[in-house]
Design a protein. Structure first.
Length: 365
């Protein structure tokens, strides 16, 4: 072991050491399965000895990395960065492999780290595996500050665009520059996770990298590492052509792959929301106008009614004629009032009248 002691010495400075072989909790056992073939390809092609895994969960992929690294010798180290508190989708799902059930919440707090540690130790990889239980942004920053770099950074933590992009950007900054083959590998490059895909596209553009894919694993190949392209292709990896295959990489649909897709999509969303707001405002204006008209009609009717009543008392007609005229006018006014109340305008402005009544009542009380 030549390389490992130096790296372990650096990690010890920030309180980190390998998991070791402490007792294993037999009840915490993970189902195997996952992108073993892709991980084997990457370790071989990159000639990797150091891997930083961002997002480890129960240790499924950590065990795969450890097995591949250990198959090549004893001089290797895997650093796993995770809060071991789960992601949004795990909290939302009640049961299954990636769910609340696997968080094993005890006294209100997840204990999935025990599952992770048990699985790594059971696989005999504890001496070469260091856990960094912290948020990915801070974990990667901490490693950067202490000049910890790696041959492969595996990104599989939060799956939303903003967090995935931030993780990939930070991961790119931790690549070992002395290894021209070093690369960032991202899990879940698939339609089910559009945020992850978009983050991979954006960061690939920013880093002037090509994307090679196998089994939903996406490797970002920098220009300086293009020598490994042939080897990856021989192993079944294929390039994800941002412009031709997927249209524009981040969805602006103009096919020029200029990386403006995100901005264009957000601009479109903003424009749609603005139009909706304008439509609602114009509907509100029309409703207010109808209310004013209804009020004016009602005032007119009341005035006519009052006028009629007053006329009934002026003594210019005989009592019988006055009374008949008054009744007739009253009937007419009432029928007009009923028609008004049945009208659509009256019904649709009911909420505004109620609002006015409430505010009048508030002012008075
Ligand atoms: C999909 S799982 C990782 C699966 C693992 N790579 C495997 O294949 O077995 C995602 C993990 O990322 C962790 N995670 C999510 N957001 C994180 C963040 N911001 N910082 C650190 N870890 C995070 C969760 O706790 C969870 O363990």
């Amino acid at each position: 072991m030549t390389y490992l002691p130096t790296l372990l010495g650096t990690l010890r400075l920030i309180g980190l050491s390998p998991l070791g072989d402490s007792p294993i909790d037999p009840s915490r056992n993970v189902v195997q399965g996952g992108p073993a073939a892709a991980i084997n390809d990457i370790v071989t092609v990159v000639n990797a000895r150091t891997v930083i895994e961002v997002g480890s969960w129960e240790g499924r992929s950590a065990v795969m990395w450890g097995r591949e690294l250990s198959a090549r010798g004893d001089d290797w180290l895997l650093i796993c960065v995770d809060t071991w508190l789960g992601s949004v989708e795990m909290w939302e799902r009640e049961s299954g492999d990636w769910s609340r059930e696997k968080l094993v919440i005890a006294d209100g707090y997840p204990t999935v780290f025990t599952t992770f540690a048990s699985n790594v130790r059971r696989a005999g990889l504890g001496k070469h595996t260091v856990a960094l239980p912290i948020d990915s942004a801070q974990g990667l920053e901490l490693l950067k500050r202490h000049d910890v770099v790696a041959d492969v950074i595996y990104v599989d933590a939060a799956h939303d665009f903003v967090n995935a992009l931030r993780d990939i950007r930070r991961a790119l900054a931790l690549l070992d520059s002395t290894n021209p083959r070093s690369l960032v590998l991202c899990d879940d490059y698939m339609a089910q996770w559009p945020g992850v895909r978009e983050a991979i596209h954006v960061s690939a553009r920013e880093a002037n990298s090509r994307i090679f894919v196998k089994d939903a694993q996406a490797a970002l190949i920098r220009e300086s590492a293009t020598t490994i392209v042939d080897e990856l292709e021989k192993r079944g990896w294929s390039e994800s052509l941002l412009d031709a295959e997927h249209g524009d990489a981040i969805g602006d649909g103009d096919g020029d792959g200029d990386g403006d897709g995100t901005i264009n999509r957000l601009t479109r969303e903003l424009r749609d929301r603005h139009e909706t707001t304008m439509r609602i405002e114009s509907k509100l204006r029309a409703t207010r106008q109808e209310l004013l008209e209804v009020k004016a009609d009602r005032r007119q009717l009341r005035e006519r009614l009052a006028h009629r009543r007053a006329k009934g008392h002026d003594g210019s007609h005989t009592a019988a004629t006055q009374s008949r005229d008054a009744r007739q006018e009253l009937r007419q006014v009432r029928s007009e009032l009923d028609a008004l109340k049945r009208s659509r305008s009256w019904r649709i402005t009911a909420w505004l009248r109620r609002l006015n009544a409430i505010s009048r009542w508030r002012r008075q009380s």
